[in-house]
Structure formats: structure tokens, C-alpha cells
Design a binder for this molecule. Structure first.
Ligand code: HEC
Length: 150
């Protein structure tokens, strides 16, 4: 006779435990999924056209040419040009081909978004002599690299 209440209590405990397990599950499942998400998006794959040689040539062009005068050393930003290292963009969405195109055409004064910028960006940065197509690609490869750091 004493077995019956004991059995009922066991069933009640088992039911509570199962309910506890079920309510824990949704809380623990999303954690691994969200841990994978940000890692997958922040590790942007370098476009195949970009080589290490282009990046180091581009770094030299950037910091010895006109770019650094407006965009600051290593593209960190300056009074006459926005940061190119922040990973946020105004005119483009940051793709390599877009950077090549923007550097080639420049940004005419009428299209400069920030009213505190005093100068337009001339085509190819306005350097004398003008950057060749390969030099534009190299400096764009450098800009892509500094703006896509994990
Ligand atoms: C005379 C100043 C000046 C020089 C020199 C200059 N830029 Fe710019 N650059 C700007 C301005 C101004 C903008 C647009 C900012 C705005 O719209 O508010 C810009 C925009 C850009 C953008 C687009 C940024 C975005 O958020 O969409 C890139 C990329 C860029 N410049 C790269 C370069 C490179 C590479 C060089 C050197 C070859 C260079 N710039 C030389 C002033 C300059």
C-alpha cells in the first residue's frame, strides 16, 4: 500500500524535471547559433585580385601621396577627408571594385556629403603625375584591407 503515493510522487517529479528540461532547451540552443553568425560575417574574404604586393605598394602610395593629406595617416581620417579604416561608407558599400572606381573618378564638390569638407576629391586623388591604373588598383587594395580588418 505505501508504494502508490511514492509512485505518484515519482511521476510528479519526473514530469517537473521533463518540463524543466524542455524549458531550458530554447534558451541554450540559440547561443551556439549566434556565436557562429558574427564570426562568419566579420571574416570578409579578400578578393582574389588583391595581392600582398599590391597592398604594400598601395600603403606606400597612400601615405606618401595625396590621400594621407585628406584622409589622415593610414586612412584614419582628417579634417579634409573621412576615415577609410572605420569600415563604414558614404558613397559606396566598400567592395574592392567600387573603391577602384571611386578613386578613379574622385568625388566632385557637389557630391561631397559632409559640409565640413573644404575640398573635392579629384580623380585619382589629384596627384602629379596622375596615378596609373595599376597604382589606383594598388591603393584601392590597401584601402580595402584597412577597412576590412576583423
Ligand atoms: C583633397 C582631399 C582628398 C584627397 C587628396 C583624397 N580624398 Fe578621398 N575623399 C575626400 C572627400 C572630401 C571624400 C568624400 C567625403 C564626403 O562625401 O563627405 C572622399 C571620399 C573617398 C572615398 C569614399 C569614402 C566613402 O565613405 O564612401 C574613398 C575610398 C577615398 N576617398 C579614397 C581616397 C584615396 C585612395 C585617395 C588617394 C589616392 C584619396 N581619397 C585622396 C577627400 C580627399
Amino acid at each position: 500500500m505505501p508504494t502508490r503515493p511514492t509512485l505518484l510522487r515519482c511521476l510528479a517529479i519526473a514530469a517537473t524535471t521533463l518540463a524543466g528540461c524542455r524549458s531550458n532547451k530554447p534558451a541554450s540552443t540559440p547561443a551556439p547559433a549566434s556565436a557562429v553568425g558574427p564570426a562568419a560575417t566579420s571574416a570578409a574574404t579578400r578578393p582574389a585580385q588583391i595581392t600582398d604586393e599590391m597592398v604594400s605598394e598601395g600603403q606606400s602610395i597612400f601615405n606618401n601621396g595625396s590621400c594621407t593629406k585628406c584622409h589622415g595617416p593610414n586612412g584614419a581620417g582628417g579634417p579634409n577627408g573621412p576615415s577609410l579604416a572605420a569600415g563604414s561608407w558614404t558613397h559606396i558599400s566598400g567592395g574592392y571594385d567600387e573603391i577602384v572606381h571611386l578613386v578613379t573618378t574622385g568625388v566632385p564638390k557637389a557630391e561631397v556629403k559632409d559640409p565640413t569638407r573644404r575640398f573635392a576629391m579629384n580623380p585619382r586623388g589629384g596627384m602629379t603625375p596622375a596615378l596609373t591604373d595599376d597604382q589606383v588598383k594598388a591603393v584601392a587594395a590597401y584601402v580595402w584591407t584597412i577597412s576590412h580588418r576583423p
